[in-house]
Design a protein around this ligand. Structure first.
Ligand code: GDP
Length: 527
């Protein structure tokens, strides 16, 4: 039976854009986020961007901040309106608070903005985050930042995107000069120039031009830059990839924009193009096929659980990405894994000092649900049915440590703590096959510190962590597994579900093991 799609729901879906900004620390993500919020006059922001900045101190400070604020500064969703759109920016923490949560958050985004420093190009953290986005096949938009500084040639950067990330690119605009010489960008798609004027480049003016040969450009940029622009654009026209929207949507081609976040250069055109090109909330796969956002029944899944760092308030917040239907405060939904109906009474759309109670929300939005310990990462909630969304991927940890309780008598609390923190996704736990040692795996060092802190404060257990030299984990799928084959610079362990995993000390050991076991599959995420 074909149902009439609710008009209001359709409109709300159409206007939404949910994305994450991925970058290496210092590329300017905080600055860009702040500027974007200013364009829209943010209506909901989780912990002001400045407050988040404060979290970039030493870990001990970070703990203090978490405690004071009662809720994590690392978890935020910012929402604002612009030109009839409602935009959700998912924060992906950088620096030392980089963790698996960062990866999981990306699963809730429908598009990514990849922010790159013009002088530094593609950096380590950009690569990691890009890979997760690429695996999902979401569209990726590139913003090359800090054009007000001397940087690398745009052609060089395009080449790097292809060599390092394996993605081809199509410049939507092109810088006219760079650093002190920067006078604007030429918009290839709309035939206009955006001029950055004034000594401090504080004025921005948009002018229509015939094309890149327009005398107007010569007038404002001077002969040299005008010639340079002509040559560059001609080369792009001849040798560059044409704009292909299908490829953009599949994440096979990234549109590039140039600008300077701190000076507001190129930001408005970037935002407007992005909103036009970025997808609206996408359907998600489930046991009942693809669930379309316009499906009237409310549904969503938990992609992150944030514990309250304040021991006086043990409650947790479960972050739910709405997949379909309309959310209304107080509604009853089915918690599918548990098989019970629950009432969503106090959802928070943003988490900051002043928590805000949400009345309604739509697909693409993220709501924070009060969690007295009933949710796990990946849980599905749905109205009147038992939809189960695809499991979230488990990401390969990169740092490992053997864990033991300092006081063996506390074994029960110790085990409980490990179980619960694993469930929340704070750590991944592995057991060695031979000695039944417990090895923890994390993506960022901070996860260990949070683990130790929470074991002490919430479970009353002092733990000892002994760093292990492993760098990679691969889930092994094989007919007959011979543990003796994984001894050199590697060790065979089992994950929580009993899957075999091999931990490797270095790439060489990993490659050797792959060569020795040609019939086995080595997976980067749990099967
Ligand atoms: P994040 O670590 O990615 O959040 O980066 P921030 O937004 O904190 O920026 C890092 C540094 O780069 C700060 O000192 C910013 O003021 C500076 N910055 C950001 N955008 C620009 C830009 O467009 N030009 C220049 N010259 N500096 C910038």
């Amino acid at each position: 039976m074909s149902k009439m799609i609710d008009k209001e729901l359709q409109q709300e879906v159409d206007k939404r854009r949910t994305f994450a900004i991925i970058s290496h620390p210092d590329a300017g993500k905080t600055t860009l986020t702040e500027k974007l919020l200013l364009f829209g006059g943010a209506i909901r922001l989780a912990g002001t961007v400045k407050a988040r900045k404060a979290s970039k101190h030493a870990t001990s400070d970070w703990m203090e901040i978490e405690k004071q604020r009662g809720i994590s500064v690392t978890s935020s969703v910012m929402q604002f309106d612009y030109n009839g759109h409602r935009i959700n920016i998912l924060d992906t923490p950088g620096h030392q608070d980089f963790s698996e949560d960062t990866y999981r958050t990306l699963t809730a985004a429908d598009a990514a903005v990849m922010l790159i420093d013009v002088a530094k190009g593609v950096e380590a953290q950009t690569i990691k985050l890009f890979k997760v986005c690429a695996q999902r096949g979401i569209p990726i938009f590139t913003f090359i930042n800090k054009l007000d500084r001397e940087g690398r040639s745009p052609f060089d950067l395009m080449e790097e995107l292809e060599q390092v990330l394996g993605i081809r690119s199509v410049p939507m605009n092109w810088p006219i000069g760079m650093g002190r010489e920067l006078c604007g960008v030429y918009d290839r798609m709309k035939n206009q120039v955006e001029l950055f004027q004034g000594d401090d480049h504080s004025t921005i003016e948009v002018r229509k031009v015939e094309d890149y040969r327009d005398p107007l450009i010569k007038e404002m940029a001077g002969d040299f830059l005008y010639e340079q622009l002509g040559q560059d654009v001609e080369l792009l026209d001849v040798a560059g990839d044409p704009f292909d929207y299908e490829k953009v949507l599949k994440g096979e081609l990234t549109p590039i924009f140039f600008g300077s976040a701190i000076n507001n250069f190129g930001l408005q055109t970037f935002l407007e193009n992005f909103l036009e090109l970025a997808p609206k909330p996408e359907p998600r796969r489930s046991t009942e096929g693809m669930i379309e956002p316009t499906n009237e029944k409310f549904s969503g899944y938990v992609f992150k659980i944030q514990a309250n760092m304040n021991p006086a308030h043990r409650d947790r917040i479960a972050f739910l990405r709405i997949v379909s239907g309309k959310f209304e405060r107080g509604m009853s939904v089915k918690h599918v894994r548990v098989g019970k109906d629950i009432k969503l009474a106090q959802p928070q759309q943003f988490l900051a000092q002043d928590r805000d109670i949400v009345q309604t929300a739509y697909p693409g939005d993220i709501i924070g649900l009060f969690d007295p310990g009933i949710f796990r990462i990946g849980d599905s909630l749905s109205e009147g049915s038992s939809i189960v969304f695809d499991e979230l991927p488990t990401f390969s940890p990169e740092i490992f440590a053997k864990v033991t309780a300092k006081n063996a008598l506390k074994y029960k609390q110790y085990q409980k703590g490990i179980d619960q923190l694993t469930e929340e996704g704070t750590i991944q736990v592995f057991n060695t096959v031979s000695f039944d040692d417990t090895i923890l795996g994390v993506v960022g060092q901070l996860q260990f510190e949070v683990f130790e802190y929470r074991m002490r404060n919430e479970y009353g257990v002092e733990v000892q962590l002994q760093r292990m030299p492993f760098q990679f984990a691969r889930w092994i799928v094989a007919e007959n597994l011979d543990p003796s084959k994984f001894r050199i610079n590697s060790t065979l362990v089992k994950d929580k579900k009993g899957n075999y995993v091999v931990l490797f000390e270095n790439e060489y050991a990993m490659r050797t093991a792959m060569e020795k076991n040609p019939d086995a599959q080595f997976l980067q995420t749990a099967p």
